[in-house]
Design a protein around this ligand. Sequence first.
Ligand SMILES: [Zn+2]
Length: 125
Amino acid sequence: MAPELLTPRDLERLRGVHPDLVRVIRRARRDAAFFVIEGVRSAERQRVLVAGGASRTQNSRHLTGHAVDLGPIPLDWQNIDSFRAIARVVQAAAEAEGVSIRWGGSFTGFFDGPHFELTWAAYPV
Ligand SMILES: [Zn+2]
């Protein structure tokens, strides 16, 4: 059994997140330093984020446990490369686990660097 690198706070924030996505994050954490910013989100919190411009959709995968936001350690929102580096590791972990994911940094029109979600195609809910 590989050692647990996620902190108790990370694990708390992953509660309710789809087990396939949790598996990917757990594997990725072996090769990259990041923490879990947020997992499951309430509809009310999503409304607040959309109203504030931090999110673009009320149909967020966070509502159903199909998305997580990960922050590089140390967290520097201006350091886009640090988000790209995490994304490469998470993508590789997803491939190793046979899980289909999409990175928010590849969304058109809106760079969502910390965001990872299970694809709608493979996980229609
Ligand atoms: Zn997100």
